[in-house]
Ligand binder design. Structure first.
Ligand code: ADP
Ligand code: MG
Length: 400
């Protein structure tokens, strides 16, 4: 059995016209001799009637936060609607399709509602359906807890469903269809002349995804990498070749930087030693934040001060903890973390200097930096981040 998994995102299933393009992709796979397993997201984006955010707006925020099991049930509805509508459209074109919940497709999770971890994938139903010559159309983003409750896998979770099924079925490849041509050198909404990356390694694209490029979910990359199943990110709306993700990556490119991403809503926190030195809590602050599950990054500890960033959504928790410990700090709101990613920068001198020089030329202050062998990070004010990314993109990514 030559199986491929084809996942279609929200914009790909949002209208009848778009779904007719989905049918073309599924038909092509069948003609090429594959048995496709289709995974679908909820139709459209916020504001569209059956999009997940629209469904969520039907219930109160407090109810949602206090009843995660109920809100998972609601959040799963968008994909359930998609799977039935998509199956109907496929059947109209004489492709025998069977709509399935995530649980019916065998995705069994723990009961960590809203961000469940997958315990196992039982492929029996899928194999039976494939053997009967039918196409399973699976509701993405959801699973079933062992005690029978619908769970969701976290935002962007349909990509995770696709990789999970690809891995469990030992598929030839997993195709992720979306509204852009593939993985680009930057978000095409930010950089108009962003270029398509034709081949990239799992590790680099994981870094892209983890650092804000929402085109693919980082867990989906991890799962495919572990099973060594190629991922192909493609545009539903055209026949562009797309981006192939495997463990080889792009051997041809000589660019030091493959691409640039951003994460907004960061707050930079500074604790000075001078104003806290008589408070023992100062020396344990990183542990205390970790114990309270506040994730921090861009951490610089100096004799005179400690600096790091947190997500805006953690700020009120941070505020209460630090107040109770009687610590003094200053903070800078509305920051964005830019990541420049590329596995050819290791050991190349002068990359950071060139980044700083490029941003200085644009009169953009760099609030903090950090680097690893594959990524350089810079923190800038959010109102300057688009300028910064465009300037860095023309400096580093435009000569491939
Ligand atoms: P889907 O609904 O198909 O899952 P998403 O909205 O989750 O689609 O992801 C696609 C979007 O990701 C694109 O519309 C694009 O704006 C954004 N994006 C961010 N960074 C990148 C990048 N480096 N390459 C391609 N797309 C990107
Ligand atoms: Mg997505």
């Amino acid at each position: 059995m030559k199986i491929i998994v084809q996942k279609f995102g929200g914009t790909s299933v949002s209208s009848k016209e778009r779904r007719s393009l989905v049918i073309e992709k599924v038909s092509e796979a069948i003609q090429d001799g594959f048995l496709p397993v289709v995974v679908v997201s909820a139709m459209g984006r916020k504001g569209d009637p059956y999009a997940t955010d629209t469904l969520l707006s039907l219930i109160d925020m407090d109810f949602k936060n206090q009843n995660l099991q109920a809100s998972d049930l609601l959040m799963g509805c968008g994909e359930i609607i998609s799977t039935v509508v998509m199956s109907n459209d496929l059947n109209r074109k004489s492709i025998d399709a069977v709509p399935l919940l995530g649980g019916q497709a065998g995705i069994i999770t723990d009961n960590n509602f809203s961000n469940a971890s997958v315990l196992r994938v039982d492929t029996n139903n899928l194999i039976k359906i494939l053997n009967s010559g039918k196409i399973p159309v699976v509701a993405g983003f959801q699973g079933l807890s062992e005690d029978g409750f619908l769970t969701t896998l976290g935002r962007g979770g349909s990509d995770v469903t696709a990789s999970l099924l690809g891995s469990a079925l030992n598929a030839e490849r997993v195709e992720i269809y979306t509204d852009v041509d593939g993985i680009m050198t930057a978000d095409p909404r930010v950089v108009k002349n962003a270029a398509l990356i034709e081949e990239i390694s799992y590790t680099e694209v994981f870094q892209f995804a983890d650092q804000g490029a929402k085109v693919i979910h980082p867990r989906a990359v991890e799962i495919a990498a572990r099973a060594n199943i190629p991922l192909l990110v493609k545009n539903t709306l055209n026949n562009c070749k797309g981006t192939l993700i495997n463990n080889v990556g792009n051997k041809k490119s000589t660019n030091i930087i493959d691409g640039i991403t951003q994460i907004d809503n960061r707050i930079q926190i500074k604790f000075s030693t001078l104003t806290n030195e008589n408070n023992l809590n100062y020396y344990n602050i990183l542990d205390i934040l970790a114990e309270n599950k506040i994730s921090i990054d861009l951490i610089n500890v100096f004799p005179s001060e400690s600096i790091f960033t947190i997500d805006k959504s953690d700020f009120s928790k941070f505020y209460n903890i630090v107040k109770s410990l009687d610590l003094n700090y200053t903070y800078e709101e509305d920051c964005s973390k830019i990541s420049l990613i590329g596995n050819r920068m290791a050991g190349k001198p002068g990359v950071m200097a060139k980044i700083i020089k490029t941003l200085r030329k644009e009169k953009i202050d760099v609030l903090q930096t950090a680097d690893s062998h594959e990524t350089i990070w810079c923190l800038v004010k959010t109102n300057l981040v688009n300028n910064a990314i465009n300037a860095l993109h023309s400096e580093f990514c435009c000569n491939s």
